[in-house]
Design a protein around this ligand. Structure first.
Ligand SMILES: NC(=O)CCC(=O)C(=O)O
Length: 258
């Protein structure tokens, strides 16, 4: 299965320009026969939080409609990163999974908001985890800062997820954490980690890039650099069972003692 990760240089607050860019990158991926596309966190707006009330969209807004149309037209699956979602007079940082028919099959609002980026001042937290079935198998979805809260990905793995998607806007300042945490989540949970980061911003606000596709052994199959790019990789999602059999971490757990 060819996977395409959109490591975007998100233009702060320019929703239309970001939509056009995503469209262009998806078309490039299609030309390379990609079948599964993964977008980053808050990719329509960036962290333009002071204007987020006017920039946010409902689930029925133009961004989701565009991605649903593309999924249906080209029979592809899309992890629609996250967008600022307006719902019941609140704003959520919400990611979606879209199947090949264009249906939204899952939706996840970020549970852990990051105070360091003032997120909780503008965004309301989600209150439930998210798993769903893709053509590649059972999958879970978390967003950026969530990666630090080991129990969330662990509980998704215990539910049976074999792939973990992580849309992100992770800053360069904490780049080392990003790489280690991505690999750690893949190794400890013996699942594929597919993360999509951005590269926008300058100075302390610069995003790190280095989106990653990691196998359940922790091997990095593909990694982005620090500029905008479409990361393409052929991924054999069938290796999970083999690795879990070889090193049976899940059956060796003794949770009664911790
Ligand atoms: N967008 C985010 O959630 C950033 C997370 C981050 O910078 C960190 O955990 O460090």
């Amino acid at each position: 299965m060819k996977v395409a990760v959109l490591q975007m240089n998100v233009r702060l607050g320019d929703v239309e320009a970001n939509r056009q860019k995503a469209l262009h990158m998806i078309h490039t991926g299609l030309a390379h026969h990609a079948q599964l596309f993964v977008l980053p966190e808050m990719w329509t707006t960036g962290y333009r939080l002071d204007q987020i009330h006017t920039l946010a969209e409902p689930e029925t807004g133009p961004t989701l409609l565009l991605l649903q149309r593309l999924a249906r037209e080209y029979s592809i699956e899309i992890i629609a990163g996250s967008i600022a979602e307006s719902r019941n007079s609140k704003i959520y940082n919400t990611a979606y999974a879209i199947d090949k028919t264009g249906a939204i099959i899952a939706k996840y609002s970020k549970i852990h908001l990051i105070g360091l980026m003032a997120e909780e001042k503008y965004i309301s937290p989600g209150d439930r985890k998210c798993s769903f079935e893709l053509s590649t198998g059972p999958a879970g979805l978390i967003i950026c800062y969530d990666i630090r809260f080991t129990e969330l990905p662990r509980s998704l793995a215990l539910e049976g997820c074999t792939t973990l998607f992580i849309p992100a806007q992770w800053p360069e300042q904490r780049g080392e954490h990003w790489r280690v945490l991505n690999q750690a989540r893949a190794i400890e949970n013996q699942l594929f980690v597919i993360s999509a980061n951005t590269v926008n911003g300058r100075g302390n606000g610069k995003m790190y890039g280095h989106s990653m596709i990691i196998d359940p052994w922790g091997k990095i199959i593909a990694e982005g650099g620090s500029t905008e790019e479409l990361i393409l990789a052929d991924v054999d999602f069938s290796t999970v069972a083999d690795i879990r059999k070889r090193l049976p971490v899940f059956t060796d757990r003794r949770p009664q003692y911790y």
